[in-house]
Design a protein around this ligand. Sequence first.
Ligand code: CTP
Ligand code: MG
Length: 160
Amino acid sequence: MENTIQLALTSMIWVLPAYVANAAPVIFGGGKPLDFEKKFIDGKRILGNGKTLKGFIAGIIAGSFIGFVEGILIIGFLLALGAILGDLAGSFIKRRIGVKRGQPFWFLDQFDFVIGALLLASLVELPSLEIIIAILLITPALHILTNVMAYKLDMKKVPW
Ligand code: CTP
Ligand code: MG
């Protein structure tokens, strides 16, 4: 029991730059969309209005800052950049299959950013299999919980 809690905490602390990078745009995002309102060859938006330049920059800075505080600046930066890129890839896929901006796509919404973060961070450090499994188990639950909280606090228009 104690070991499980310890593993869960270690995992969350390690991946925290990715969590913060994914959450920061909700607070600091908005404004000019990253895709400059351009459409893809299928006639639909490349990313949509939910992915903005300010959110992109805020996510990388906030996530990297956490990495800096944790003394893992390079990994923190990679986790943050990976989380943001994973989130963008998720939106790109959502638009291609016709899911509107802000509409949910279960599993993809919960995993895109953390998969991106793990992939980019693995360029420098691959955490133990135990930690990876813990991250993949904890992240979706935490994602749903924090989004419902952000909705109740009027920080988000939708609870997902
Ligand atoms: N956000 C942002 N820039 C980003 C990512 C997010 O400004 N790069 C802000 C937007 O206001 C967005 C909110 O954070 O609406 C929540 O992010 P998310 O749920 O990832 O976006 P959605 O609006 O659901 O868009 P999508 O359907 O493309 O996932
Ligand atoms: Mg969303």
